[in-house]
Design a protein. Structure first.
Lengths: 281, 278
């Protein structure tokens, strides 16, 4: 039967494959090559070896400060979204009536695009800040930092909550019943039964939030735009600015993109490792 | 015991309701300010519209015409619908083929799709823009090809997982009935793929509708999708008119809210499936 299928390769596979090659494969290898070059246009690329990469790690005001800012956002953002999402999921799986309405409300921000989210929160946060402190979000990087954290929580809590709800609902009622009969109180049930049994959801959600934080761009652009003085620029924005707002730095921008890719890759590999080791158990 | 339980439940409702209000406030604030004069938005965003600051739907009318927002809605709709259809049709075919025909080439293609899923957009951002210019895909029709390319890895991956579970006898029966593989796929396999197709369509529609960087870089100067138009409103003119910004945000939110309430069940199922598999 496989032989019969062979001549259908062009119809079934080629359209997707060609689009994939144009959008991803060629740009990927070109980008890899250009990260070792100095260039203004692709035609004028000159091989410069590792100097772009050396620049990336020496320029402490650019990539490294953006990396540090991103890590700070990621740590607080991942923990806060996950804790709050898990807490909401617990409340919404208690079998109370009418909780679907709440689920609907909490999830909705997740459908709104990053640019729009950024402007919605800019209005709200600037309104508060101007009242309380007489300045706006761009005044210092601490305001911008917490602005991004608050926005991120608003956007992601509902999404992670949905995954946690699915995880909690898949726990068999018999186990919970047995725990109750054995006299376990709620905290014990939570610690000894619910959390261990939703560990897969916790891993999934932690890494979803983590990679999401690392790739964040739209929200960052709309809310703070990096202000003041790029102090609130996350990695993706720093790469974009190096490319498009600094002439002669395209090679450095591409090198930053490669380092960024490696970082995201490492995070994904760690996740894969953890997920696989869980599956064996 | 019963009393205590009741009290606890009431407490939960109170907490949930307060949180819901906090979740709704930002959107309500934007809607409220979209009816106000721009001068009153930045200085007192929390004040209700009064006779002085209220300007009805003027922000909407001006915002729509000033940045040709109707065109933007059109572009966003067109690109989202066409891209999603292309992703569903072509990726389901590809996934089925590389699952059924196992050889070195198809295994390699599958591996490439999987590997590309972890690569962030910034890695190919600049070079992809150049390739799009060279191949003349930098218009609102061509960009669909790019979305097919970027969406293919995830879609093929999810379709492949589903195709593996389809009994092959079903397909053989179709072939014995005299169909060629293509008509067999259309008549037998594709209908079976319906649930996963809905999931993939929703995930991709949400991504493409809200996507900013790709349309901004590829077609942003000529054809502005909704996110690009809103960002342009902010940065493209000397001083920003918050009234117009608020009104366009509200207009942009309407289709999302309608979509959400129409297919909430599928969206939530899709999110769970996508998160667990992706």
């Amino acid at each position: 039967m496989q032989k019969n299928y062979k001549k259908y390769f062009p119809i079934f596979v080629l359209p997707t494959l060609l689009a994939f090659i144009i959008a991803f494969v060629i740009p990927f290898f070109m980008g890899l090559y250009l990260s070792f070059c100095n260039f203004k246009t692709i035609g004028s690329a000159k091989w410069v070896g590792l100097s772009n990469y050396l620049y990336v790690f020496r320029d402490s005001a650019g990539f490294l400060s953006a990396l540090w800012f991103t890590v700070k956002v990621a740590i607080v953002g991942v923990v806060s979204t996950n804790v709050l999402a898990f807490a909401l999921a617990l409340l919404l799986t208690k079998g109370l009536k009418g909780t679907n309405v709440y689920r609907t409300i909490f999830f909705m921000p997740n459908l709104i695009g990053g640019i729009i989210l950024g402007y919605i929160w800019q209005l709200l946060l600037n309104g508060i800040l101007i009242r309380v402190a007489g300045v706006d979000l761009t005044f210092n990087s601490t305001f911008g930092y917490w602005g991004i954290i608050i926005l991120y929580n608003w956007q992601k809590i509902g999404y992670l909550m949905i995954i946690y709800i699915a995880g909690i609902q898949s726990i068999s009622g018999d186990i919970l019943e047995a725990a109750k009969i054995d006299g376990a109180n709620y905290v014990q049930t939570l610690k000894k039964i619910i959390i261990p049994l939703v560990m897969t959801s916790i891993t999934t959600c932690t890494f979803l939030a983590l990679t999401d934080c690392f790739k964040m761009y739209d929200q960052n652009l709309a809310l703070t735009g990096g202000a003041p003085a790029n102090q609130t620029a996350m990695l993706a924005m720093d790469i974009f600015n190096t490319y498009y707002n600094r002439t002669g730095f395209a090679g450095v921008g591409q090198a930053k993109a490669v380092v960024f890719t490696v970082l995201v890759l490492v995070i994904s590999l760690i996740q894969l490792r953890i997920t696989q080791s869980k599956e064996v158990e | 015991m019963q009393e205590k339980r009741k009290a606890a439940n009431i407490l939960i409702y109170v907490i949930l309701t307060i949180l819901s209000v906090i979740f709704i406030i930002p959107i309500a604030l934007v809607i409220m300010n979209s009816l106000k004069n721009k001068l009153y938005i930045s200085t007192s965003p929390f004040a209700l519209p009064n006779s002085e600051s209220f300007r009805g739907l003027k922000n909407y009318i001006e915002g729509l015409t000033k940045i040709h927002f109707m065109d933007s809605i059109g572009y966003s709709l067109f690109i989202t619908v066409v891209s999603v259809i292309m992703i569903i049709v072509f990726c389901s075919m590809t996934a089925w083929y590389i699952t059924r025909v196992k050889n070195k080439l198809t295994s390699f293609i599958y591996f490439m799709f999987i590997a590309s899923m972890v690569v962030p957009f910034q890695m190919v951002m600049y070079t992809m823009t150049k390739v799009a210019n060279m191949t003349h895909l930098d218009n609102f029709v061509g960009i669909n090809v790019l979305y097919l390319g970027f969406g293919s890895s995830m879609a093929v991956f999810m379709f492949t997982g589903f195709v593996k579970g389809i009994p092959i006898e079903l397909e053989e029966a179709g072939l014995i009935d005299g169909c060629n593989p293509l008509t067999m796929f259309v008549k037998v396999v594709f209908p079976v793929l319906k649930p996963i197709s809905i999931t993939i369509a929703i995930l991709n529609a949400m991504w493409i509708w809200n996507d900013f960087l790709l349309p901004y870089l590829i077609i942003g100067t000529k054809y502005r999708t909704i996110p690009v138009a809103i960002q342009y409103l902010r940065s493209g003119y000397g001083s920003i008119d918050y009234g117009h910004l608020m009104a366009t945000i509200v207009i942009a939110l309407i289709p999302i809210v309608i979509f959400y309430f129409m297919c909430q069940k599928y969206i939530i199922e899709g999110i769970v499936a996508g998160a667990v598999k992706g």
